[in-house]
Write a protein that binds this ligand. Structure first.
Ligand code: FEO
Length: 619
């Protein structure tokens, strides 16, 4: 039986999910399954975008047939020939012999390589910026070489402002009945899988992804339809900004990823002690046993964290097998811009440390902590100082705000002043405070909500007088508090903070209108609890008013931890990106390979696609 989902009046998702696949591409575990997305546009002409993997071909054919109804299929746009998207092409061409195959020249070549198909007589070849008018819709074809293969192109429907993005912006995980990213808690439940998908599938091709992002930035995009995972119709910047970060090889968070390979637990022991020392100093750490955790998860973590520690025993006079595979995998994925440290173990001829460093030195901009630790069989008391020293060297490379101040026996001189920064050490939460005055709904961000008594249930809030919400509460004596969680994206703070309700409608475009019994709106996303209260007293404190209020309603929405002010600064508020030196070089127009340098040798041959210098253009 067909299983389809309507996206717009003209566009339908006709893909399918696979939860039986053990290894995607034979190498990446997919414990939550994977979706193969295909889309059918019904305009004056009908257009199908890509097909699916052979594992779900039968369902896909039912979906095509149901969606087309009595219409004929006019075009099949092939954006990517990897068989997880093209396996059903042959069957589709047999069933719909009148359909033209819209593709670029390289796609045509790859189809011929993979399948015994007469493609030439049915191909409609397109190049960069070519268009296809289907009636109401105009499709624009944009080449995206190496995102993820050299033949890849994406398609922009300028009528509905939809980007059909091929593998880009995809995600592992079956869709489980949802189709849109805003139907799930993407940040909490799917971002890790999106990162694992990106880093492992196209992590190597950051410059090519940036080229596509640059092209996309010139377009108005209301929706992104990728070939795997969810369709993006809201908060598109959430995923685009992650792609911008990942493709720049800059870390997402300050912290240390420790990967260890240990045969009898002694190398693990050293890694664990180092992790403890770092934690004691307020540094975040994550640990992976490389013989247990799939490499794709560790590659993904390496793209996330700023610092990497590799601890490996020596094996066959080399690096332990699973660690060697991981280090080579990271180098193959172009990991760069990290600080790394190495611990080696060897009972008679330790060798793994230098060999790991040799591979890391070939990666761009990896700052390797000079003193590696070398263990003979097991860590001894005398070597604890070396662990401390490595921890200190790592901590020294953290910015001050990310690392706790190192401990010292020296008694500090305590200044007899009031430092306003000390107030930030209080454990503030962050909340959306909402109110209603007549037809006007409004909200702002506050960090000052606290319980005063439990019988009766009373709270206090302090609100800046410059806020419209302040005036509304003063007039109506009622308000709601939506308690924000650690999964709150920065855009929620932008939506309710940084701008005045006197100039904008704070709830515009939020897609929900939910209210408590007092008729005041609340925020149902990225919140774990809602409180309604009625003001009993108010006190004027110059710039702010302190409101004391009794609870009239309260309910819990989730168990996601509440966000603290500190967490917001450390993990949510975007960090300024260092200005990067603009690269000089040439990019291959065929596959996107980047040659760095002032001039391109005339006889240069692209190492990826083997095209000559004439197919390169300056960056
Ligand atoms: Fe989902 Fe590159 O194929």
């Amino acid at each position: 039986m067909y299983c389809i989902k309507k996206i717009t009046n003209d566009l339908t998702w006709i893909g399918a999910n696979d939860r039986r696949l053990a290894m995607f591409e034979g190498v990446y575990s997919v414990p939550y399954g994977v979706s193969y997305n295909s889309y059918l546009l019904k305009d004056e002409k009908t257009v199908l975008f890509d097909t699916v993997d052979k594992a779900v071909q039968q369902r896909f054919m039912e979906n095509v047939s149901e969606t087309l109804g009595d219409r004929k299929l006019d075009y099949i746009v092939v954006q990517h020939v990897e068989p997880d998207h093209s396996a059903a092409l042959k069957e589709l061409m047999l069933r719909y012999p009148g359909a033209k195959i819209v593709c670029n020249a390289k796609i045509q070549l790859f189809i011929k390589q993979f399948y015994d198909l007469d493609i030439a007589s049915r191909a409609h070849i397109v190049k960069e910026n070519d268009t296809l008018n289907t009636g109401k819709h105009t499709l624009h074809f944009v080449m995206a070489p190496m995102v993820h293969w050299p033949e890849v192109m994406v398609t922009y429907d300028s009528t509905d402002k939809i980007l059909f993005s091929a593998d880009a912006f995809g995600c592992f995980g079956a869709l489980n009945g949802a189709l849109f990213a805003d139907e799930v808690d993407f940040a909490k439940d799917y971002m890790d899988e999106a990162r694992r998908y990106y880093t492992n599938i196209v992590g190597k091709y950051g410059p090519q992804v940036q080229t596509l992002l640059n092209k996309a930035s010139a377009l108005t995009i209301d929706m992104i339809c990728p070939l795997h995972g969810f369709v993006w119709r809201k908060n598109i910047e959430d995923i685009v900004s992650k792609y911008a970060l990942w493709s720049s090889y800059e870390p997402e968070e300050y912290g240390v990823m420790i990967a260890y390979a240990s045969v009898y637990g002694n190398t693990e022991n050293a890694a664990e002690i180092l992790s403890c020392r770092l934690r004691d100093n307020g540094i975040k750490t994550v640990m992976f046993d490389v013989s247990v955790t799939p490499a794709s998860e560790i590659v993904s973590a390496a793209f996330r964290w700023s610092h990497l520690v590799f601890a490996s025993t020596t094996y066959n006079a080399g690096i332990f097998v699973t660690m060697e595979a991981l280090i080579n995998d990271l180098a193959a994925h172009n990991i760069q811009n990290r600080t790394a440290a190495v611990i080696e173990n060897g009972s008679w001829a330790a060798a793994s440390g230098n060999l790991i460093c040799d591979i890391l030195k070939k990666c761009k901009n990896i700052n390797i902590i000079e003193n590696k630790i070398s263990i003979k069989s097991s860590l001894k008391t005398e070597q604890l100082a070396e662990i401390d020293s490595m921890a200190n060297e790592i901590i020294a490379t953290f910015p001050k705000s990310a690392a706790a101040v190192s401990k010292s026996d020296d008694r500090p001189v305590v200044p007899n002043t009031v430092e306003s920064g000390t107030m930030f050490k209080l454990t503030y939460g962050l909340f959306v405070l909402t109110a209603k005055d007549g037809e006007k709904d409004n909200g702002c961000i506050i960090n000052t909500a606290a319980q005063i008594t439990s019988s009766p249930m009373r709270i206090s809030i302090t609100v800046n007088k410059a806020n419209l919400t302040h005036d509304m509460i003063l007039k109506t004596s009622e308000f709601n508090i939506s308690i924000l969680t650690e999964s709150t994206p920065f855009r929620i703070f932008e939506q309710f903070g940084f701008r005045s309700g006197k100039e904008v409608e704070k709830f515009d475009g939020c897609g929900y209108d939910v209210r408590t019994a007092n008729g005041i709106r609340y925020v149902p996303e990225y919140t774990n609890g809602i409180i309604s209260a009625k003001v009993t007293e108010s006190y004027d404190y110059g710039t702010h008013t302190l409101f004391i209020a009794e609870l009239t309603q309260a309910f819990t929405l989730s168990d996601v931890p509440s966000v603290s002010y500190q967490y917001y600064f450390d993990h949510i508020k975007p960090k300024p990106q260092p200005q990067k030196e603009k690269k000089k070089g040439f990019i291959c127009k065929v596959c996107g390979y980047v040659y760095e340098g002032e001039t391109l040798p005339e006889d240069f041959i692209c190492p990826l696609c083997k095209h000559g210098a004439e197919d390169f253009e300056p960056i």
